[in-house]
Structures are given as structure tokens and as C-alpha cells.
Design a protein around this ligand. Structure first.
Ligand SMILES: *Cc1c(COP(=O)(O)O)cnc(C)c1O
Length: 216
């Protein structure tokens, strides 16, 4: 099946409930063009050098989403064109994003990445720190927090994943009541996006289900 067909199928499944971010990390420009040519314009990448290179080559009406761990010293390379940073998880990074956004004379939309999984390797903010982190972010005038992002535990245990998504739904709902800018709940990947949407996701990040398995 073609990339184009796989995207159409997912769009048909999620309807208006969620927005699809096509995760194009490790994929070639040619593969991205196949998605772009059928009208898809939102792509997610997790490495700065890769996102910069692809942004330079590809059409300028593509919306690029930074979904991976972001190092402070690399913010400057993406601050001019990035549409949404999904991975804001620490104050030092917020400070750097704010500084670069100001230089670009723009406001930068960010999601707070929550560490919902108990796995040691995942980045993200501990959920119990969310209130105070959010308060601390108020000093950064060039950052607009528009929602939350998380990755579920890498497991086949659907109950565990559902539990984690439910917790994200609860946090999102709570934050929405104090900030009307909270609009995006970015949860759900190739293997769990249906479960994520059942639990309130309105933005899914899907790669391998569209392009096939990654080699790394
Ligand atoms: C790679 C990645 C995805 C997509 O994963 P698939 O399982 O290929 O759909 C989603 N979100 C993040 C943060 C990723 O790094």
C-alpha cells in the first residue's frame, strides 16, 4: 500500500477528532514529498539537524513540529520556522526558547511534555510538578503554552497504556480550566493512536504505520 493510501486511511479513522502529524524522522525527502503531494502539510521530526535540512529543501508551506528531546544550544536553528515544539520539559529550555523567539520577533507555541511512563529513559516533566512549572513559565512572554504531550510506556499492555492516557486526559482537562490557550493534547503513535483518541487525544503523531518500520 502507498504512503498516500495509508495517510487517507488514518485520516478516515480519526475524522475530525484529531489532527494527524506525520512523523517523518529518518525518512527521505522523496517519501515526505509523497505525503505532501496528496495534501498533507504537517510533519514531525525529532532531530534538529534533520528538521533544518528538510525545512531548507522542502516547500515552505509545510508545518514542522519538533517532537523529540530538544537541546538548549540547538533552539536557535529552529526558532525561525518551527510551528510547534512538543517537548518543552524544563525551565532552562523555556528560557532559551523565549530568548530565541524574541530575537525572531515571534511567539512560539509549545506543548509541555509530561513523563507519564514509569520507564527511566523517557524525557518529560513529572506530572506532580506541572502546576509550579506552568506558573514559572508565565515570565516568558514569547512562549505560548497550547497544550500537553506525552508518550505512553513501550508495552503491549493495553490497560497500562489506557491508564496513562486517562491520566493525561485528566491533566489536560484541569489545565484547560485555568488557561483557555490549552487546546492540544498530543498523545498517540502508530500502535496506540486509537486508544489515545478514545482518551481525549486531538493530535496524533504517526510514523511507522505510514512509512513502514524504521531501521533505527
Ligand atoms: C518516533 C516518534 C513517534 C512516531 O512513532 P511511530 O511508532 O513510528 O508512529 C511519535 N512521537 C515521538 C515523540 C516519536 O519520537
Amino acid at each position: 500500500m502507498s504512503i498516500k493510501n495509508r495517510i487517507s486511511i488514518i485520516n478516515g479513522e480519526i475524522k475530525d477528532n484529531a489532527e494527524l502529524i506525520v512523523v517523518s524522522k529518518t525518512r527521505s525527502v522523496e517519501e515526505i514529498v509523497q505525503a505532501y503531494d496528496q495534501g498533507h502539510k504537517k510533519f514531525g521530526e525529532n532531530r534538529v539537524h534533520e528538521i533544518v535540512e528538510k525545512h531548507n529543501i522542502l516547500p515552505k508551506d509545510i508545518e514542522w513540529h519538533m517532537i523529540g528531546h530538544l537541546q538548549k544550544n540547538k533552539v536557535k536553528y529552529i526558532s525561525e520556522f518551527i510551528s510547534l515544539i512538543h517537548s518543552l520539559d524544563r525551565l532552562s529550555l523555556a528560557k532559551e526558547i523565549d530568548k530565541n523567539a524574541e530575537k525572531q520577533n515571534r511567539s512560539l507555541d509549545c506543548l509541555i511534555q509530561i513523563k507519564i511512563s514509569k520507564e527511566e529513559t523517557k524525557y518529560g516533566l513529572n506530572p506532580i510538578e506541572l502546576d509550579s512549572f506552568y506558573n514559572d513559565l508565565k515570565e516568558f512572554k514569547n512562549i505560548k503554552i497550547v497544550g500537553l504531550m506525552a508518550m505512553a510506556t513501550f508495552t503491549n499492555d493495553q490497560d497500562l497504556i489506557a491508564e496513562e492516557f486517562k491520566e493525561m486526559k485528566r491533566l489536560f482537562k484541569k489545565m484547560k480550566t485555568i488557561n483557555s490557550n490549552f487546546k492540544i493534547l498530543s498523545i498517540g503513535m502508530s500502535d496506540d493512536y486509537k486508544l489515545a483518541i478514545k482518551n481525549g487525544s486531538n493530535m496524533i503523531r504517526v510514523g511507522s504505520k505510514i512509512f513502514g518500520k524504521r531501521n533505527y
